[in-house]
Ligand binder design. Structure first.
Ligand SMILES: Nc1ncnc2c1ncn2[C@@H]1O[C@H](COP(=O)(O)OP(=O)(O)OP(=O)(O)O)[C@@H](O)[C@H]1O
Length: 239
């Protein structure tokens, strides 16, 4: 579905943050990206989304090389949705208006139908439809951010720490919503997470990144029980 091959990218010409990173994801898989602070997880998502242009390597989505496409092209034509870690909703706009922004490229009929469907799947959106996003709880905001990104029906959804700042209970609700997204939309999800154990529980596979490359990869269930992974990246906690 998506194939990332020996990707090299960075913010300045002198420094590579991604140093030949390779990974892949299949249709409707949930993949978690783990690793220590600063290893390049968010940079990888930003490069896939098109905010950074790879210096070397390639990003192929369903057989098409999308490495050089800019962000707006990837959202409008490329089937990529991106939910950044912060400022992922427009606080001053209502839930309805946030969804309309997400559906900017749709016809007004398509946008109305899509909003109706998403309100069906995520009832909180209907309950708060005319409320400003600023008035939503942290979990509700994350669900709105997900729904906004889903408006144009992406094939690949990039989520940067969807559980950041959420209580353990709300985190589980957001992870439930992510599973619903995968099941209903049949979208592939690449997710950066600090809550490693909880993220692995809903993931099919995971990659552990280190200093701009892939250090380890495998099925989520296996990585969850790998003593080295638990010690290095999961704080040695029991699964
Ligand atoms: N806009 C930027 N300009 C310059 N350097 C940046 C920028 N954003 C990130 N970096 C640098 O790139 C490196 C990787 O950052 P990145 O945010 O990808 O790490 P991360 O693995 O997502 O970390 P964290 O878990 O702390 O969010 C870091 O050294 C960081 O300082």
């Amino acid at each position: 579905m998506i194939m990332i091959d020996k990707l090299v990218a960075g913010y300045s010409a002198e420094v590579d943050i991604l140093k030949g990173m390779s990974l892949h994801a299949q249709h409707a898989e949930i993949i978690t990206l783990l690793g220590p602070n600063g290893c390049g997880k968010s940079t990888l998502l930003k490069t896939i989304a098109g905010f950074l242009r790879p210096r070397q390597g390639s990003i192929t989505l369903q057989g098409e090389d999308i490495s050089a496409q800019p962000v707006h092209h990837k959202i409008r034509h490329g089937g990529i949705g991106f939910v950044p870690q912060t400022e992922n909703v427009f606080a001053a706009l209502s839930v309805r208006e946030n969804l309309q922004v997400g559906g900017h490229y749709l016809s007004s009929l398509q946008a109305r139908q899509r909003m109706e469907q998403l309100c069906e799947d995520y009832p909180v959106l209907r309950r708060k439809f005319n409320a400003p996003a600023a008035s939503l709880s942290g979990g509700e905001r994350q669900i709105l951010a997900l729904a906004r990104a889903l408006m144009p029906r992406p094939r690949l959804l990039l989520l940067d720490e969807p559980s950041a700042g959420l209580s353990p209970k709300v985190l589980l609700e957001v992870f439930d919503a992510i599973c619903t997204v995968r099941d209903k939309e049949q979208v592939t999800i690449l997710m950066v997470e600090q809550n490693a154990m909880e993220a692995l529980r809903i993931s099919d596979r995971a990659y552990v990144l280190s200093m701009g490359t892939v250090a380890l990869s495998g099925k989520a269930g296996e990585l969850m029980h790998d003593p080295q992974v638990r010690e290095l990246y999961l704080g040695g906690r029991a699964a």
